[in-house]
Design a protein around this ligand. Structure first.
Ligand code: SF4
Length: 489
């Protein structure tokens, strides 16, 4: 067993804005005879948009598991020599976005755990809503913890039940029966890969084929493309997949529940070249723009999108109304995370560090600006002002999803409800706050028309939570008078 680290440094949130954040991407590969750590490295590069705080790879070399992880972007964490030193036929990888309380090397993934003589490493995307009570039970049993993450709780729980049953797959199944929330996980031991997903299928996980005898799992299909794997299917909600010398085995970990894939993946998080249930995220967003134009047209000279996820719906909006579509902003792609503390003066520049208006295109024009969401409203306000400063005559804001009124508990870092501007303000009040000439949101019915017909979690829009939120976890997250909906007990 070996865990290595180079440096740990403070990470500042400069340039993050008030957009919601994804909390991780996972990848796993079984491919005897291939350079699995290099394959994982490139897959993580494709999934980098899902988390920029830390990155890690764990490789099973036949006798043990090696992990390398660190704070920073994938290409900063791994050198060519690091990758070359990690040899084996099975690997998993992880990129992480974490909340401020958990920014540490210990919180970076994959998490290593020892179960009797067996070493495992776990990579997790999502949030477990009952991790506090599970952690307390494990601590009572004398299980030690190195971080305050729910991912470590999952790893330790799997270890506990594997010891009890003397069987890793049964240990995973028992743990899945205990944990609640949205999760997609990849786990590696010295000679096998495991992948499993929450019973509602909230967080995404797909299965792909690599050559004749290789298999991969990934948060998104864009990671399959970059490693040359073919999409096979989604990992089913509640399913456990195991790949080893005996081939691929699928079994049910827990019974599937009402399907509830996170619809915000299609609106905002997933890469546009990823495909979900046969439809590309790009075409879903394009259709959202068209639908938005039908629901809330505007008279304008130019339609622009806020990069990156606002671009396809802006294109669709423009196409539907026959208005020219053009670039309105230049995005600085290198400020996602910085290790240099900004001055107070630089902080006040806020979003300008990340985005700047293209004066040549917008000056003197009536502009429709399409964006993917309004969370607190502060970023939208700055962007609208930026367009006005660049000479736009009118700024009409169109959002390709409904108003975000409820917090997420399943792996997306939105905010507590009181911080969500649409939880307490109507459309007209939000318009006034952000300083737009007009504002409209896509309806939930309209959004549903643009995505494949399956069950979706839309809780951040409609307050119907497919997995019940324990009182202790919900504490202080909802505003007074708001009662979240959900399935019967
Ligand atoms: S609450 Fe919203 S962001 Fe969270 S899983 Fe559901 S749809 Fe996704």
């Amino acid at each position: 067993m070996r865990e290595t680290s180079r440096t740990a440094f403070d990470i500042d949130e400069l340039g993050e804005g008030d957009s919601p954040h994804e909390e991780c991407g996972v990848f796993g590969v079984w491919a005897p005879g291939r350079d699995v750590s290099r394959i994982t490295y490139f897959a993580l590069r494709a999934l980098q948009h899902r988390g920029q705080e830390s990155a890690g790879i764990a490789v099973g070399d036949g006798s043990t598991v090696l992990v390398r992880k660190d704070l920073g972007l994938v290409d900063a964490v791994f050198t060519d020599a690091d990758i070359s030193a990690m040899r084996g036929k099975v690997a998993i990888g992880h990129v992480r976005y974490g909340t401020s309380g958990a920014r540490s090397w210990e919180a970076a993934q994959p998490h290593l755990s020892t179960i009797s003589e067996v070493i495992i490493a776990l990579a997790h995307n999502g949030t477990l809503v009952n991790s506090d009570s599970l952690r307390a039970s494990l601590v009572e049993l004398g299980v030690p913890f190195r971080s305050n993450t729910d991912s470590e709780v999952a790893a330790k729980l799997i270890g506990h039940y594997t010891k009890e049953t003397s069987h890793l797959r049964q240990g995973i199944a028992k743990a899945m029966g205990m944990i609640e929330g949205g999760y997609a996980m990849a786990l590696v031991r010295e000679n096998a890969l495991y992948a499993f997903r929450d019973p509602n299928g909230i967080r995404p996980l797909v299965l792909g084929r690599l050559g004749d005898d290789g298999w991969v799992v990934a948060s998104e299909t864009c990671a399959l493309d970059i490693v040359g794997a073919d999409y096979v299917r989604e990992v089913a909600p509640g399913e456990i997949i195991r790949v080893s010398d005996d081939g691929l085995v699928s079994e049910r970990g827990v019974p599937a529940r009402v399907p509830a894939s996170c619809i915000f993946e299609e609106v905002y998080f997933s890469r546009p070249d990823s495909v979900v249930m046969g439809k590309s995220v790009y075409s879903m967003r394009f259709d959202m723009g068209r639908q938005l134009a039908r629901e809330a047209p505007a008279e304008a000279d130019l339609v622009i999108g806020v990069p990156d996820s606002g671009l396809p719906p802006a294109e669709g909006f423009a196409r539907e109304l026959g208005i020219p579509f053009g670039e309105g902003f230049v995005k600085n792609r290198y400020v996602a995370r910085t290790f240099i503390q900004p001055t107070q003066e630089q902080r006040s520049l806020g979003v300008r560090l990340k985005l700047n208006a293209l004066r040549d295109n917008v000056a003197g024009k009536r502009v429709v600006m399409v964006d993917d969401s309004i969370v607190r409203g502060t970023t939208s306000k700055q962007i609208v002002q930026m367009l006005r400063d660049a000479g736009a005559r009118e700024v009409h804001v169109r959002i390709n999803c409904p108003e975000v009124r409820w917090p997420c508990f399943y792996g997306i870092d939105t905010d507590v409800q009181s911080q969500l501007i649409s939880a307490s303000k109507g459309v007209e009040q939000v318009r006034e706050f952000i300083g737009a000439d007009s504002l409209a949101f896509l309806s939930l019915a309209g959004l549903r028309q643009c995505v494949p017909s399956t069950g979706w979690c839309c809780a951040c829009y409609d307050g119907w939570y497919p997995v019940r939120i324990p009182q202790s976890f919900a504490q202080g997250k909802f505003m007074e008078g708001y009662r979240p909906g959900g399935p019967e007990e």
